[in-house]
Unconditional design. Structure first.
Length: 137
């Protein structure tokens, strides 16, 4: 039986009021501030229920907070199981999503996930920015 995997890619720009502060201070240029593995994403793709342990029927999400990104830059995620690449996806930012915001990537499966150690590598313009680890029990 073929495994159906769905990757959802989402972006949201934070409202200007919510961006009146920045992690690590200003003037650092385009950057990925944080990547979090979680059970779900808010409407703005912030993490909901961060965790590093999932069940075999759960969906996985990664929420990525970014600052000062410009139109045309891309955010990508590559998912791994026990060091073997499973899936990858990336999305270029358009003018509406440039600046500060969150990007969200979700992975779903119509079968059960194998138990084991997983991780997701998060990229900005093809350069590794963060690695987040989790497991399926």
């Amino acid at each position: 039986m073929k495994r159906l995997v769905t990757i959802s890619i989402m972006l949201a720009v934070l409202p200007a009021l919510a961006c009146s502060f920045s992690v690590g201070g200003g003037g650092e240029g385009p950057r990925l501030a944080e990547a979090v593995v979680c059970r779900d994403l808010t409407e703005d793709y912030a993490p909901v229920e961060p965790t590093d342990v999932f069940g075999d029927a759960d969906d996985f999400s990664v929420s990525i907070e970014y600052f000062d990104l410009e139109e045309g830059q891309s955010i990508g995620v590559e998912w791994f199981l026990e060091g073997e690449s499973l899936y990858e996806a990336s999305i270029p930012l358009d003018a509406a999503n440039a600046g500060d915001g969150y990007a969200g990537f979700s992975l779903t499966n119509n079968e059960l996930w194998p138990a084991g150690n997983y991780h997701a590598d998060v990229y900005l313009d093809g350069e590794l920015g963060h690695t987040v680890e989790f497991r399926v029990e």
